[in-house]
Design a protein around this ligand. Sequence first.
Ligand SMILES: [Zn+2]
Length: 262
Amino acid sequence: MGVFAKLAKGTIAPEPGHPGLEPLQLANSDGSLYMRTETNLPARCIDGRRPTTPYAQVVPCAPGGSLSLLVALAAARGITDPLWGADELSNRLTWYGSEGHIHAGPDDRSSGCGALDGLSTIIDYANEQEPLLREVAAELGLPVQVTYPLASLKGQQIDTPGIYRMFDEKPDTKLTPLRGVHQEIAIIVNHEKGTTIDQNVLDQIGNIDVFDVDAWSLEVAADWLVDNYNVDRKRVASALSAFTVATLAILARPTMKVLLHG
Ligand SMILES: [Zn+2]
């Protein structure tokens, strides 16, 4: 992926010639890597690490899980409170039947989610690199719009420990601890509606993880935010794209493999 390599500045990438890459590419192209989701709204992080206890539901993935919806909402609507409307969003998700969900890292002292812990860095980077970000979004087949309204979040403080605590403490939200260290060997951008990556297939291939972006679910998220908050669809779709691309760029090294599906 040419343009993504120009934007990426993280540290996660496989060793050259990693033995998992070839079987992964095969499983991606023959479709065996994928399974059906039980819901359509993104509710899990793209983080490839495994949960300490199995996930209750198979759901699509976007950076930070419910955090993607929160960022898009704040970008399109404005900041409503120090938690950017997280409480209101989680109530709305619960009412809808999809509980708000983020994850914790193994150390339990911070969220351990790169998207949440690095939120300010990701937003700054998205604003600095807006033209390149738009090119990468086009390369990955994400919604590309006229503007990227993460500009409205520039310099805005967010209480990330507060967001973490809220998801941890509210009875209807969920915080899943993940175990292990990052060993993602690829970014998968999945456009096949109603599907996500089957992590069991990754276990069968070997000791590998991938970053899983279920791109189709970003469109579902945009529609859901429009229906529930009456925000502009172009603005939320574009914010979801921008946040996804910038998060991947902050996490992955330029040599990271990027695979598209569907
Ligand atoms: Zn995460």
